[in-house]
Design a protein around this ligand. Structure first.
Ligand code: XIL
Length: 384
């Protein structure tokens, strides 16, 4: 059974990946799935490379947390997306509350980027250079950077990153820019701003923190991707995908809607060559950031909190598989019925957490002692 990254590669994408975080790496079950490079060919540190961790006091750098994730990815043969250099959030007070002249803050940005990008030189497929610079109406967000430097902080940051590593892709990254509207126009403005200033910007990262039932349609998603390519970047990516329920627990029909929403994003990326990959913002609901930031919301990822694959997993995997085999990734999303998995073979055993059934599955169906083959959805049963 081919896994998400393998299928995405076979379909012409560069990767299918996941974010992760340091604390989770002590959870053996969690790690056993994350480290599978056929499942996740790309890793993003969820926190460890942010300014508050990497330069907590001026001029004193610490890369311990980021390095742990970078070496995890490297030892498993996974690409690293690096995240994030200049952002108003998770920014230490010495930066956000400092009293700066334009020259001083420029120097602070340059020093931060030279050190961090220099430290990770050669390790990052891409860097999120500027993160979340826009308000919902497409104007620039108020931040210490904007207050002191106006929009010039954006090309300053891109130039500093380019100087520190010539081979990494430089991205502008934001949320609510997957669909059309003012923030999409703001993103296009940023691409042009950097280029007009003589800077290099390679990509737009669409975070894609979406809501079940309110995800833009595949055709809107596709046309927005194309608008960024027309504006002058060579690639785009879905960098932090999760699709949350606003109220919990999800209903069966809600899970089907979520699957269809994940399907729209997957198909949109497949439909445009310049979309290089999809990263989910962690893979299991057990470690999703959503419940802590949007109280009452959650269940946003492809695996539930017990590591069972959700219907959305099956949909994403089926769409990637169809595209990988030239079967037409843009035809109908498979619909679920409530049939139980068919036993196909009992002459072998499946380890705990492994797949033991599901539509189209032809492997072992007997679970190792201590676990039972448990129906998860039509496409997946698992030894639990
Ligand atoms: C989130 C992390 O997942 C959380 O652990 C942390 O507490 C807050 O930040 N946009 C981004 C990410 O660019 O860095 C954010 O990550 C989620 C929103």
């Amino acid at each position: 059974m081919r896994q998400l990254h393998q299928l995405a590669k076979a379909a012409g994408k560069l990767y299918f990946g996941s974010a992760t975080d340091n604390g989770e790496l002590s959870d053996a079950t969690y790690v056993s799935i994350l480290k599978d490079a056929d499942m996740f060919g790309q890793i993003t540190p969820g926190n460890g490379q942010k300014w508050q961790y990497t330069e907590p006091t001026r001029g004193s750098f610490s890369f311990t947390a980021g390095d742990q994730i970078a070496s995890f990815a490297q030892s498993n043969g996974q690409l690293l997306r690096c995240h994030a250099l200049v952002w108003h959030s998770q920014l230490p007070n010495w930066v956000s509350s400092g009293t700066w002249t334009a020259a001083e803050l420029t120097s602070v940005i340059n020093t931060h980027i030279a050190n961090e990008v220099g430290h990770y030189k050669g390790q990052c497929y891409a860097w999120d250079v500027v993160n979340e610079a826009l308000n919902e109406d497409g104007s620039y967000r108020d931040s210490v950077f904007y207050r002191v430097l106006g929009d010039s902080y954006i090309p300053i940051a891109f130039k500093a990153a380019a100087a520190a590593d010539q081979d990494t892709k430089l991205y502008y990254n934001d949320y609510n820019i997957e669909g059309s509207g003012s923030k999409q126009q703001g993103t296009i403005k940023i691409v042009k701003l950097v280029q007009d200033a003589g800077g290099k910007i390679d990509g737009v990262g669409m975070q894609a923190h979406l809501i079940v039932g309110s995800t833009p349609s595949q055709s809107t998603l596709e046309s927005v991707i194309r608008s960024y390519i027309s504006a002058g970047v060579t690639e785009v990516a879905y960098t932090e995908l999760d699709i949350r329920f606003s109220s919990l627990p999800p209903s069966e029909s809600g899970l089907q809607q979520q699957a269809s929403d994940y399907g729209a994003v997957t198909r949109a990326c497949l439909a445009v060559d310049a979309c290089v990959g999809i990263t989910i913002w962690d893979y299991t609901d057990k470690y999703s950031w959503i419940p802590s930031v949007f109280p009452g919301s959650g269940a946003a990822l492809l695996w539930d909190e017990n590591f069972s694959r959700k219907p959305a997993y099956s949909t994403v995997s089926s769409i990637l598989r169809a595209a990988a085999t030239g079967g037409g990734g843009s035809t109908g999303i498979p619909t679920a019925t409530s049939t139980a998995p068919e036993p196909t073979s009992t002459s072998c055993t499946v380890v705990k957490w492994g797949q033991c059934g599901g539509r189209g599955y032809t492997g072992c169906t007997a679970c190792a002692s201590g676990s039972t083959c448990t129906y998860s959805n039509d496409y997946y049963s698992q030894c639990l």
